[in-house]
Write a protein that binds this ligand. Structure first.
Ligand code: SF4
Length: 367
């Protein structure tokens, strides 16, 4: 049966404290494997690059004497013969079917199941059929509210984030991640979202109803970096240079730390001011850059305004002069593209010394 407790006081914090004296929660966080991760047509290593930071972030909201485990099916075997108090599953479009099977299994055992993530936010009615609770959009604040309601025996069927902030966020539960299973265990995210609004991006749909770009406090971000061992860091932020003041202070704080890092940023932020030089001084050695298209018409149609009128070659030269490798992103199938777009783009990327490209995104706009 789902956990039922009686709410004994009227303040959420005191409720948690009282509850914890009675019984702690046993929580399981699951990232089901994406379909492509098990296909021979794809490279499995791609799916063991990064640990599930989102789930580790949510686990940080648990009370001290709650127990938690994270199972990432890309790198671990998922056992289903247990019965935790709460199962939280992160759902993407290509693991949705698997996620729903797992959710249905636990619910049949009487375990309370909460689903969240990009796919749940896109198709809440579908996800709700497989969950006791769904969380829409970014989950930090709403997951905390859910936990408080759950401890009081009054969890709601749907939570939407109403407050968007990373201020006061508890430290991410890195202790729940088995670092040796990942190629890039030192992954880190210090912002959420992005200040731009490209048509083909997940961002606006996921952050609908509130702020869609916000950052950690610089001190918290630096403290998180300090907690990660070794030299290399991989910032998974959509746009590390998106908020100039934050980025400048972050890079200033990182100078002298002896780190080497990878991040992502837009063309306009590379060309503006001297932020990219400050990033290089802090240890930036590789940058994911969204060139997306060489055609003005395609950029206009996809609302990629930050690229319009920007000199790609100048941005590339600036990065190369600073010793920063370029991981170039391109989108195919935009309005304005023709069948020659593939050849043109590849030749351009080679001529301009683009170091790598992450793959291809084919865009399809509904009319
Ligand atoms: S710049 Fe990148 S992250 Fe930001 S909206 Fe565009 S595609 Fe998305």
């Amino acid at each position: 049966m789902p956990l039922k407790v009686t709410c004994l006081t009227d303040g959420p914090v005191s409720v948690i404290r009282l509850f914890n004296r009675r019984r702690s929660l046993r929580c399981k966080f699951i990232l089901p494997a994406l379909t492509e991760a098990e296909s021979p047509l794809w490279r499995p290593i791609k799916y063991s690059l990064f640990p599930p930071l989102g789930l580790a972030t949510l686990a940080a909201f648990l009370a001290e004497d709650d127990s938690a485990e994270i199972v990432d099916q890309h790198v671990q075997t998922l056992e289903l013969n247990d019965s935790p108090d709460l199962v939280t599953i992160q759902v993407y479009i290509t693991n949705a079917s698997r996620a729903y099977h797992i959710a249905d299994h636990y619910r049949r055992q009487g375990v309370y199941v909460i689903l969240g993530g990009l796919h749940v936010t896109s198709l809440p009615e579908e996800a709700a059929q497989h969950a006791d609770t769904i969380v829409l959009g970014p989950a930090e604040e709403s997951f905390l509210r859910f936990l408080e309601d759950f401890r009081c025996g009054e969890p709601q069927p749907v939570y939407r984030s109403s407050v968007r902030t990373l201020v006061g966020l508890p430290p991410i539960r890195c202790d729940l991640i088995d670092r040796k299973l990942y190629l890039v265990p030192n992954s880190i995210v210090v912002t959420r979202g992005c200040p731009h609004h490209c048509d083909f991006c997940y961002k606006d749909a996921f952050f609908e109803g509130g702020r869609s770009y916000y950052t950690q406090q610089v001190d918290s971000a630096l403290a998180e970096i300090e907690r990660l061992p070794g030299k290399h860091l991989y910032f998974l932020d959509d746009h590390l240079l998106g908020q100039q003041r934050f980025a400048r202070e972050l890079f200033s704080g990182m100078r002298g730390m002896g780190r080497i890092f990878q991040g992502a940023a837009t063309i306009d932020s590379i060309l503006r001011g001297d932020l990219i030089e400050r990033a290089a001084e802090a240890g930036l050695r590789s940058l994911f850059v969204g060139f997306e298209s060489l055609q003005t018409e395609s950029l206009i149609f996809s609302n990629k305004r930050q690229n319009l009128g920007r000199d790609y070659q100048q941005a590339i030269k600036r990065l190369h002069d600073l010793g920063i490798m370029i991981n170039g992103s391109f989108v195919f199938g935009l309005d304005g593209d023709d069948e020659g777009v593939f050849k043109r783009t590849v030749e351009w990327a080679i001529q301009n010394g683009i170091t790598t490209t992450p793959g291809m995104l084919f865009s399809c706009r509904s009319r």
